[in-house]
Every structure is written in C-alpha cells, then in structure tokens.
Design a protein around this ligand. Structure first.
Ligand code: 3H9
Length: 720
C-alpha cells in the first residue's frame, strides 16, 4: 500500500510494503490513487514520493510474477505523472531498484540520501526493466551508462548517479524534509521541462549503429546462452532509435516475453533459493529462529597451505583479525607469500587499493606457536586431509583454546564426528568445507556432526556471511553434498570416455550446456594426482589395491584411466599434460592430445571394452541424471532440508548456469516422472553402478505427481 498525507502544501506518498517496499498490486494502486488525489487537490502545490522503513523501493514484487499482472502498470502511473502540472519528487534512501528506479524516473525530480543506491537489476532475474527503465534511463544517464547499468544489473551509489544525471541532488539529513523543501522550490517551474519523456536519448557523440552492433556482439560472447542481456541491449538500442511511446511498447513486449520464459523462472527461483538457505534447521531440534550465534571477533587458521592461506585472506579482508598457524617457519613464510600474492592480485584488478591491502595485512598474525590461538573465538583447521592428523590437531586445539572457542574442520570427505570425538567439546565442532581457490569461491558448505550445537551452527552460518561466502548447512555423509553428487557425475564422464567419447567431447557438451568448465578441464586444473590419492586412500582403507586393470571395485564399475595417466606422469596443468596437453608445465590452454586418445584406446583394448559413438545427448543425460538421482537420495536421507540447498551448492560450487536454476530445479522442469523413468532405464543398462539405483523419494514423487517443493510430503518428513 502507499500512505497519503499532506505537509506544508506538499502531498507525501509513502510506499509501504515491508521489508523493501516491493511494488505489489496494493502498492501500485496506492501510488496511482495518491498521485491522482494530489493532482486534484487544489491545496497541494507539489508531491513527494518516498518509502517507509529506510528503503525507497526494491522494484516489482517478484513473488507476484507467476500470478499474471493485476492493477495499474508502472508506465500508466508514469503517464499520469507526465501530464501533471505539479512537480513530483522522488526522495530516495536505501535502494531504488528495478521498478523502484522506474517510479523515480517518472517523477519530475530525484533526490537521494548519500547512502542510497539506484539500479536496474532486472537482468539478474532474467528480465529487462519493464516499467520504462530502458527508455527513460538513457534519457537521464545517456546511452552508454544506461546500457551498462541495465546489462550488468549493477547498482550505482548516489554520488555516481548524481554525476551520471540520474539524480538531481544528493542530500544529507532527513530525506523527507529535504524532499519537501526541494519540491516546494520547484513548485513554480513548468513540469514539462523536467519530464524525461520530452528529452532525447543522450548519445554523447556515439553513433547508434556502430554502438548497437558492438554491444550486441559483446553481450553475445560474454553471456553465452543467457538471453536477458541480449534483450536489454535490443530494448535500449530501440529506445535510441524510435519515438518514446513506440519504445515503451516494445519494452513491454520484450518484458512479458521474458517473464514467462524458463530462464526468468529459474533465476527467480535462484533468487529465493539463496534466501531460503539461511533458514536452516537441525534434525535434533534448534534452528535459525531460536539459535543465537556467538560473536566472532578473532579467528585462527591452522595450516598455511594454499587452502589455509586463502581462508585467512577471506578473514582479514572481511575486517577480522586472524592468526595463521604453521608447524615451522619455512611453511609459514610460504603460506604468507601465497596470501600476499593473492591479495596483490586483487589490488592489480583494481578491487582494492594498495593502502587497503596493507590494512588487511595488518590484521594477519603469522605464527608457529599454538599458544597464539589461546584467545581466538574460532579456529579453522586446514591441514592435510588425513583423519589421524586432524584428530591430533583437534586434541591440541581443545587443550589450548578457551572453552568457548568453536573448532571448525575444513574437510571435503571426513566424518565430522570422527574429528569431534578427539575433543572434549564435540558440541563446538563443525565442518567448514571451503572450495578451491578458497579466497575466490563463494560456496561454504557447513557440516554439522551428531553433537554440533545449534549455537555453533548459527555462528558458522553468520561467520560465512561475514566473510562474504554463501554458507549452506548440510549433514555429514561421505563427500557431503557437493562432492557426493560430483562423484557419479565425474564417474559417468569417465565411463562415457571408456565407451567411446573423448575428454574434449565430454567437456564441450558440458560447456555448451552452460557449465564454466568441463569435468576433464577441472581435473587437469586441480591435479589428477589429487583424485588419484583420494581413490588410493579409500581403497587402502578397504584393504584393496587399485591397479590399472581394475574394472570393478567391490562389485562396482570402476574406470582406471586416472591410474593410467598418473602412471605416465600426466598430472594435469602442473606437468603440462593430463587429459589434455598444454603449452608447458603450468600452461592454461588445453589442446586435444593424440597420446591421451592412444592411452584410452590401449586401456579399452586391454580391458575388452568395445568403443562406440557416444552421442552428446547421452553424455549430458548420464552425467546429469546420475548426479540428480544422488541429489534426491541426499534429500531422502535428510542430509539437506530442502532442494534449494542442493541447487545453491551447484550454483556456487560448480558454476551450474544460474538461468537453469540448479540441478534439482532443472529436474523438476524436465518432469520428475520422466527423470525417474530415465534413471530406471540407466539402472537396467548399468547394473554395476550404485549411483543408478533409483532414489526411493524420486520414485514416490514420480508416482504421486507431487512437485519438488512438496518433497517433504512424499517423504513424510519436514524439519522446518
Ligand atoms: C522489476 O522491478 C521489474 C520492473 O522493471 C517492471 C515491473 C514493475 N520482490 O535480499 P534480502 C525480499 S523486477 C519481492 O534478504 P538485503 C527478499 O526475498 C525486480 N521480495 O535483503 C527477502 O525476503 P525474506 C527488480 C523481495 O538487505 C527480503 O525482501 N528488483 C524483493 O540483503 C529481504 O531481502 C530486484 O531484482 C522483490 N523485489 O537486500 C531487487 N526484493 O526475508 C531484488 C527483496 O522473506 N532485491 N525481497 O527472505 C535485492 O536485490 C535485495 O533483496 C535488496 C535487499 C538489495 C533489495
């Protein structure tokens, strides 16, 4: 809704829809009614539009998008304002985003508080601005700057918006008072002079034809497969070419076309999924509503390897002091050098000044003495992935740190309880799985053990946000969620190669789908010896030796191509050859290598594997469905609370294309029945792969016809 009041002959229309004054039907109707009322009231000289609760408006109410459009559209409200003789002033604080900025652009004037941010982020949910933004912003900010804001979706701060011409004034103090004063000062000026409709698009000397072609080409290559940026360019270009009303009409057509597209639905899902993951709950009770996070004012990181140094960097750049601990001076210096190198990289990229980097470094305390961890509030252990070693470290930490200190283990495979039992405080032990490179990757998989307390979980979830990660809470199981799902995905990739595909073919299928990298390129990047050691260690624990001739491992199909590559010293990029060849050790450009194809052929001949043509569709289906099946098993086992958690893990951990929502969302769009039937077919075809045993939950959903969002009903469980 919108509240209407009058002060000093100025009508005040305050948008009111907590928490961000999204433009629901009620808000749009309230705004329209308020404007109409002010226009007809002889005692009103001017109008101020503002927002309640610290924000102007975050745009259309995204939740209403699936319901179709009701109530007045923003451009109808805008057309009315365009005809008004009384000046309308937008008084902006907090954010004016999307439809919020469009409302402001329909006002005759815009003033903003210093803290304000304005932007057109519609592209992030697969849309273009649909309330006049593509037509009016280029008239205020100029073609080039408007195009950049609309295509990237990045908001700009008030001072920059002022320079761009989006705002008329930036003010300090009470925004409403400033708005009233500003409105009265414009009461005698002809409003048509301030109306953006009456201005041409500012081209600032640019030629629209050359600019349009260049912008389209740029967007096509940068946002491969993502359709909204292309429509953003088309709409802004159109606005520069045709009369105002025609441009508005075209914008609206594009907007509605995109709104019903699969990509926008997926992006809207991803927007809410990211917010849902903060609503965690533990199976034994305790959740985000009741648990209180313990304040974390200082952190220790044990282990200054690449991972530990990256984690320490996340901590110091977020403003917290950090003790970085290593067992000896040599390793410590190496770690600090690696941290410094990464920090300087951000300076070179212009993301930080040299001065700011120095301030960050002043928060770092490199140390070789465990005693320095005595008073920290949290410790993140990032030593080698070895249970015995981790237990030793935890035993020492337990003895050294104050009793309240939370102890986190950065592990991608180990059971949290087996680490926690090395301490006398298992309630304060939790897993924090960072992804490599730990400074850059946004995902943080937080893993609770059977005795982790709700307060400990609340603390690591909040800490994740503090260090600007996307924290997702999951239960403990082999590989947790990310790596557990990755295992069948990469296994199927290797099986496809054994059966006849090439690594490059598999990778291009994945990249055509929208993944940033194919699985074999990733393997070369992280080092083939890493997977090799994990597999060898797993086999050793089971008392089995893996050889290049192992086709089956404990009755399960197994591909030993990794062992063959390691045997030949092909460890990936670092040795200049792996699944691909590179220009040299440390090279980055993968080239298909006939030697690898020869290794594969020889391997298949030795094991009697007949090679055939494996089609792209089959590769994609096998890799994705095997991993999706695992996702449903994770849900049915209660490792996750909701499918959104799995999807966010894939968005941030593996770069699943956001405009496809995430694997679980993708499965629901393919149709759960169809997905289940396909998995059953693969199970029959590949009986020696556990990952093809169909998920019971998926079977139930397929049978009942319930949607993914109702999976709890099908499983008969709900934690929140
Ligand atoms: C548009 O405007 C189209 C127009 O061009 C044409 C048609 C008019 N709708 O993020 P937070 C909720 S398209 C509904 O946690 P923050 C959000 O779900 C729109 N709900 O806080 C959350 O709810 P809950 C273009 C919304 O401080 C709560 O508000 N606009 C909307 O970190 C708090 O959000 C955008 O794309 C919305 N528009 O960040 C802006 N916005 O508590 C999208 C937020 O139940 N929004 N909510 O989980 C944002 O970027 C951030 O939410 C914002 C606040 C910066 C505003």
């Amino acid at each position: 809704m919108a509240e209407y009041s009058i002060r000093d002959s100025v009508a005040i229309i305050q948008l009111d829809n907590a928490p961000v004054n999204a433009l629901s039907v009620a808000v749009r109707t309230g705004l329209y009614d308020g404007i109409e009322r002010a226009a007809g009231d002889g005692s009103v000289k001017a109008v101020v539009v503002c927002g309640k609760g610290g924000n102007f408006c975050a745009g259309a109410d995204i939740k209403e998008f699936d319901e179709g459009s009701k109530g007045p559209w923003i451009t109808e409200i805008g057309d009315f304002m365009d005809r008004m003789r009384k000046p309308v002033v937008a008084a902006i604080e907090g954010v004016a985003l999307g439809g919020g900025l469009e409302v402001a652009l329909f006002c005759h004037y815009r003033i903003a508080a210093k803290n304000a941010r304005v932007g057109q982020p519609e592209v992030n949910i697969g849309l273009i601005p649909g309330g006049g933004g593509t037509v009016r912003l280029p008239r205020a900010a100029g073609f080039k700057q408007a195009l950049e804001m609309i295509v990237t979706g990045n908001p700009v701060r008030a001072e920059r918006a002022l320079k761009m011409g989006v705002l008329d004034e930036v003010v300090s103090g009470n925004i409403l008072e400033a708005g009233i004063k500003f409105a009265l000062s414009k009461a005698h000026i002809d409003t048509s002079l301030a109306c953006l409709r009456n201005r041409p698009v500012r081209m600032d000397g640019l030629n629209i034809d050359t600019k349009a072609d260049a912008a389209l080409a740029h967007v096509k290559s940068k946002y491969k497969g993502f359709e909204a940026p292309m429509f953003c360019v088309k709409a802004v270009v159109n606005a520069a070419r045709v009369p105002y009303d025609d441009a508005i009409q075209k914008e609206r057509e594009y907007f509605f076309e995109l709104r019903t597209s699969g990509q926008s639905q997926a992006l809207r899902y991803a927007f809410f999924a990211e917010r849902q993951i903060a609503r965690w709950g533990l199976p034994g009770g305790g959740d985000y509503r009741t648990a209180r996070a313990i304040p974390v004012r200082s952190v220790g990181v044990v282990g200054a390897g690449t991972m530990g140094a990256g984690i320490a960097l996340c901590i110091i750049t977020s403003g917290l002091p950090c003790v970085l601990l290593e067992q000896n001076q040599e390793f410590l210096e190496k770690g600090v050098t690696s941290l410094r190198g990464q920090l300087m990289g951000t300076v070179r990229l212009g993301k930080m000044t040299a001065g700011e980097a120095e301030v960050c470094l002043s928060r770092l305390k490199p140390s070789t003495s465990m005693e320095d961890l005595k008073h920290v509030d949290m410790v993140i252990e990032a030593v080698f992935e070895d249970l015995k070693l981790k237990r030793e470290v935890f035993e020492r930490l337990d003895k050294t740190c104050k009793p309240e200190t939370i102890l986190c283990t950065n592990t991608s495979t180990l059971d949290i309880d087996s680490v926690a039992t090395a301490t006398g405080r298992p309630d304060k032990v939790v897993g924090t799985h960072f992804f490599a490179p730990s400074y850059l990757m946004k995902l943080l998989e937080n893993i609770y053990g059977s005795r982790t307390s709700p307060e400990t979980v609340a603390t690591v979830m909040r800490f994740g946000k503090t260090i600007r990660k996307v924290p997702v809470l999951v239960g403990s199981c082999t590989g947790f969620v990310a790596n557990r799902m990755l295992a069948p995905y990469t296994a199927e990739a290797q099986f496809c190669v054994e059966e006849g595909a090439s690594p490059a073919q598999v990778d291009s299928v994945l990249m055509d789908f929208g993944m940033p990298m194919g699985t074999f390129r990733v393997s070369d990047l992280s080092g083939i010896d890493v997977s090799f050691s994990i597999r060898r260690e797993a086999a050793r624990k089971l008392g089995v030796t893996l050889t290049v001739d192992s086709r089956y491992f404990r009755g399960q199909r197994h591909c030993s191509l990794i062992e063959r590559l390691v045997e030949k010293g092909r460890l990936g990029r670092k040795t200049g050859k792996g699944w691909y060849k590179y220009e040299g050790p440390g090279g980055t450009v993968p080239l298909e290598d006939p030697d690898v194809l020869e290794i594969i052929e020889t391997h298949c001949r030795a094991l009697g594997i007949e090679r055939r043509n494996v089609g792209s569709h089959e590769i994609q289906e096998r890799m994705q469905l095997a991993m999706i099946n695992e996702g449903f098993k994770i849900l049915e086992e209660g490792i996750c609370t909701r499918a959104e958690e799995i999807d966010v893990i894939w968005l941030y951990g593996f770069g699943w294309p956001r405009y496809l929502g995430g694997p679980m969302f993708y499965a629901s769009k393919l149709g759960l029945k169809r997905v289940f039937e396909k998995i059953c077919t693969f199970h029959k075809r590949f009986p020696h792969s556990q990952h093809w045993v169909p998920s019971v939950l998926l079977g139930k959903l397929s049978e009942s016809g319930l949607p993914l969002s109702k999976w709890g009903e099908a499983a008969g469980t709900s934690r929140l």
